[in-house]
Each structure stands twice: as structure tokens, then as C-alpha cells.
Design a protein around this ligand. Sequence first.
Ligand SMILES: [Zn+2]
Length: 424
Amino acid sequence: MAREHGTDFISAGHGGLENGVRDTGARIRGTTEAQEMIALRDAVVPELRSRGYDVLSVPDDLSLTQSIDWINARAQSGAIALEIHAAEFANQATRGATVYHIANNRARSEQAELLLSALLKEVPQLPSRGVRPDTAAGTGRLAFCRETIPPALLIEIAYLTNPTDFALLTQRRLDFAIGLANGLAAWSRAITGSSPTPPGPAVVEYPTINIAINGGLYREKGIIISGNAYLPIDLADQLGINLSQSEAIRRVRYRGVVYVKAVDLRPFSVSVGWEASTRTLQLTTASALKICPGSIDVIMSHGNATEAHLTSFLRSENNTALDLFPDLPKIYREEATIEGVDYDIAFCQMCVETDFYAFRASCVLSKTTSQGLPTGPGTMPLLIALALASEPRFSTSKLTPAPNRWPATKLILDLTLLNGGLRP
Ligand SMILES: [Zn+2]
């Protein structure tokens, strides 16, 4: 039905016989590039078909030359071809996705951009290495980009040698697949100027999957629709997630059960993973995420936030909070680490105590510095503390040295000791 829209050819890189030897591509951590790319391709194909695209998978046992010939023998106008690869590199820190196109072809370069940006939208944790002409590839030219008759791109989707990329690719395969499907759809639209009409509702049978919550198997099953994992909406209720206000969340009724897409739980602090070998959707709730087991609410502990986290947290409530003390997040992390205090809690407590730093610190500080207090490196905590202490709401006479009043009280106490009893 979608012939006028052209066929999308998808080739999973490697897997065929090259000069009589089975080509597996990169071999990393008990898997191979060929195996991972076949699994990814198998997730992309149904996703595109469900949207009405005519998709052909290049048979996996073909060599590179045979794959190109296979596509060329079937290609009609409007077709596009993508080969998917994963990279390996000696430097394990190298990561990200690259899309290669035939050199000196502006249109193809723009189509490569479409594909890459669609992928990164679904997997924003994946760094972009940009689109590149095939002359920039290690071999200086890519036969797939040059000898395939339909417009062709080759993606190196991630680095198997980088642990983060590896985890993303193997645990979030569905997101990669949806990103590629979106990219192929956008690319196809750019070539043909139209999109196919998705097939109408038919009597369908969705494959079932297992669901594990915080490591334990759930009694009910989920289903796969168009490459997406869905779970019974009752399960969301049981996890304490109220979806009734979320109009945007698509509900699917299937055999008397209402399902929602698993990834729609992500905004509710549920991590969503996929274990391919057992076809199990893995949900982990925030309370079970082992950010700091047993110490999430313990003050004498270590923090987890970065300076950037603390900065954006404070700025979200008071954009000018750090104009005066740009190093505040850094100081909190340093000082709290020395004290053995969880700086996440300390920082939050400070935000509560000072209304996100909306008090008159600036006036107080300028007054106190003009009175001859020390300035320079290392004195910022003292100045902050003095500013806090000088604020009537935090005067020492009102001090209640309870742990939950850290850090204002803690800093004021320190300062009081240092100065032999400071009074505002
Ligand atoms: Zn490869």
C-alpha cells in the first residue's frame, strides 16, 4: 500500500560471510556488534510497519556487497536505505552517535541531520558526534553510502567499548528503535514529501511480556504495541502514580484491560528498563533506586548532587540567588564534605531557611565587608554565615540547635565560636 512512499531498507551491519569468514563486527562484553544491530533492527521494523511504512530488512547472512546488491535489485523511486552499526575504540571514554553520508552531497547531509536529531530526541543521554562525510570514516569511503542506489546513510549508533553507551544501547533498545523509526520517517518525508496512512485497526494480537518491579516479578503481564512496552494501568495505581490528570498519556484497551506505555511512568520517578533475554520490562521506583541506600534522609552522610544540580535547583526558585555568591554550591559541597554532612540536605535546608536566598544578604554583606571583615579565598563561608546571622530571622537569640536547622544554625554556631560570641 505504501509503494508511492518508497521502501525503507534497513540493514543491520555485519553478520554475513566476508571472504568465507563470519563477520561479527565488534565483539564486546559477551555480545557482538552484529547481534546487537539485529536486535535493534528487529525493533525498528515493526515500529515503522505499524505506521504504514513499507520496510524491508536486508537478510542477515549477506556480505556487505551482497547486501548492497540485494537493495539495488529491489529499490524503486522514493526508497531510502540505512545501515546500522555500533563502534568500538581503544579509548573507552569515546562515546556517542555518528551518521555518515556520501561526501559532497548537501541534501544527504541534511537528511543525516534529520536522522541523528530524531534519535537523540528519544535518547537524549546519547552524545552526538555529528554527521560526517564518508571520507571522514576510517576507511576513507563507505561502500554502503556510495554504491547503494537509493539515498543511503550509515549510522554508528554508539560505542560498545564505552560502558555508558553499552548500557544505554542494551537497556533502552526500544528508545533507540523509536528514535531511528522517527528519523527514517522524517527522512522518507524529506524525499517523497508525504507520509503513509497508518493501517486501520484490525483484529490484532499483541505479544506479551513479563513485568518486574524493583527486581520482583509482577503477577500480570504487559504487552508490546508497535515496539513499545505497555503495562496495565492498575499497576501504575499500585505504584502510587496518579495518571488521571495526565490527558496526554495514551490509554489502550486490549482484551478488557487498560494499558499505558511504560515510558510514560518516567516523569513519576520510575526507571524503565528492558531485559531482552527474558522479555521482561523492568520498573524501578525512586525509593528502590539505590542512590544512597539507607542514607537518603540521614544528615551525617555524603551528598550526591553536583554543583550544577545545586545551582539549577537554587536558580529554579530564585534566578538571581547566585549573583552575589556564585560559589555557594561549591562551598556547600566542600564544607559539608569536611563536616561529613550530606550537602544535598544541607543545601536544601539552606534554601528553606533563606527562602532560596531571597533575604537581604547583599545589604548585610556589603555593610559587613565595609566594616573590615576579611575577604578573599576561604572567607566566603564566614561571610555567608555572617549574612545569615545578621538577618533578624536567623539571629542567634532564636537559635534552636536541632539537626534539621543545619546549615544556618551550624554556620552561625561556627562563627560564634570563631569570633568569641558574635551578636548581630
Ligand atoms: Zn560495524
